[in-house]
Design a protein. Structure first.
Length: 430
């Protein structure tokens, strides 16, 4: 991290020199770490709109250009030429694997996909109609009660095992949460299937008959996983880092990430988006919903639109749109009414001055739900699929943070606007 310039802050007639850090790519960063000890002031930035919370070498986003890179590789190349487990390796270890490294990694992940048998009873404690995300938050948190031998965050080997366990078991847990919610028996993982095909099998197979996974659907699933694998310091990743900064165990940290992801402003947007498209229903109702999204007095937002960082097309949405066309054609539903509504909505919104001025473009969640629904997933499974895909990103960021010798507990300060000091009033005098 090059430190080439300084910025000068003048406050109450005194000047302070702030180092300016230059990243590999992206805007310069003012280093304010010593500001409070030197000048006695805090900075104020709710929502972290101008704050870099850490340094990282994993993912880079250029929001103005609409670019996303993992370890320097553009997402469109990874989505078209690589596959999810290779991208997992890249995120975790920093480089693309050799053939032998990839084979070893895939074998390790494949051989960790089963969960402790006693965890099956744990699932049965949930209400039958639980949202699969509710089940996942609980079950992933509970992994710390089942895998004691990989909770010591100071032991690099235990960290490695926990990483592999989480990546391997998350599809099993998501599929079990789904099976439980529809009253079907759990389907065990199969080692002869690849990561994506195994997930589809665990979701849709039943013990009564053979289920063959369509390789084209498995490829589409794998691409959805790849497109969601990491996205630098988003809300859920920052949650994982903050939880981990206290030394909490990895399973607890990832459960915290899942909880944060669930909200409709973040990973819950894919479910909310598909529900919105269904509510719109037909192309002629689009203007009514566009008008609502623009109305300041209406809390309605166009789900799947807008992003804190992208002020251009989300590159993941571009790939997702192509994938939607391919998958729907394969399934013989290319005239899917939801896809027609989505395409028309995108066209109308992108030519509307409100969306142009505010730089609101479709994001990754805009088209993913259409593909997932066409594949047979209910809307309640959309965010769990996001969670299982993002697990590698959370884990890679968690691992990076724990390896940072400068790591400190995350402890933001505040701008206190409450009452000043006052004396306690006894209850009969109030
Ligand atoms: N529909 C209508 N208006 C919008 C939308 C939208 N989807 N998104 C932002 N705006 C308006 C917003 O009202 C505000 O207007 P004004 O400046 O007049 O007050 C302006 O655009 C800026 O919005 P913001 O809420 O201040 O921006 P933010 O960076 O805090 O929020 C966001 C980003 C993603 C939460 C927001 O765009 C949103 O709520 N989008 C819909 C939910 C969604 O699709 N989320 C998925 C994000 S991508 C995947 C992920 O992160 O998990």
């Amino acid at each position: 991290m090059a430190e080439t310039k300084t910025a000068t802050l003048t406050l109450d007639g005194k000047t302070y020199e702030l180092p300016v850090l230059s990243p590999t790519s992206g805007p310069d960063v003012l280093d304010i770490r010593k500001l409070y000890s030197q000048a006695g002031v805090f900075t104020y930035d709710p929502g972290f709109t101008s704050t870099a919370s850490c340094d990282s070498t994993i993912t880079y986003i250029d929001g103005d250009k609409g670019e996303l890179q993992h370890r320097g590789y553009p997402i469109d190349q990874l989505a078209s030429q690589s596959h999810y487990l290779e991208v997992c390796y890249l995120l975790l270890y920093g480089e693309l694997p050799t053939k032998a490294e990839l084979e070893k990694f895939e074998t390790t992940i494949t051989r960790h996909t089963m969960i402790h048998e006693q965890m099956h009873y744990f699932f049965r404690g949930f209400r039958r109609d639980s949202h699969p995300m509710a089940t996942m938050v609980g079950v992933v948190g509970a992994m710390s009660a089942f895998y004691h031998d990989s909770t010591d965050v100071n032991d690099p080997r235990q960290r490695e095992i926990a990483s592999h366990r989480l990546i391997a078991k998350m599809p099993t847990i998501a599929a079990m949460a789904y099976k439980y919610s529809i009253g079907q028996p759990f389907v065990y993982p199969r080692n002869d299937l690849d990561y994506a095909a195994n997930f589809i099998h665990m979701c849709f197979a039943v013990p009564a008959e053979e289920y063959k996974v369509d390789p084209i659907l498995a490829r589409a699933m794998d691409r959805i996983f790849t497109l969601h694998a990491d996205h630098e310091q988003n809300a859920s990743t920052s949650t994982v880092r903050l939880a981990s900064s206290s030394g909490a165990n990895p399973f607890a940290c990832i459960a915290a990430g899942i909880a944060c992801l669930w909200g409709p402003a973040h990973g819950g947007a894919n479910q909310a988006c598909l529900e919105m498209l269904k509510e719109i229903g037909t192309v002629d109702r689009i203007p009514e919903f566009i008008a609502r999204a623009k109305d300041k007095n209406d809390p309605f937002r166009l789900m799947g639109f807008g992003h804190r960082v992208y002020k251009n097309m989300d590159p993941r949405a571009t790939v997702m749109k192509e994938s939607a066309d391919e998958v729907l054609e394969l399934l013989g539903v290319e005239n899917n009414p939801l896809l027609q509504v989505a395409k028309e909505l995108e066209k109308i919104a992108l030519s509307d001055p409100y969306f142009i001025e505010k730089k609101l473009f479709p994001n990754v969640d805009f088209y993913s739900g259409i593909i997932l629904e066409a594949m047979g997933f209910p809307t309640s499974m959309f965010t769990p699929i996001f969670a299982l895909s993002r697990t590698v990103g959370w884990i890679s960021q968690w691992k990076e943070q724990l390896g940072d010798p400068q790591m400190k507990i995350g402890r933001p300060r505040q701008l206190y606007l409450g009452e000043g000091l006052r004396d306690y009033t006894p209850i009969d005098e109030r």
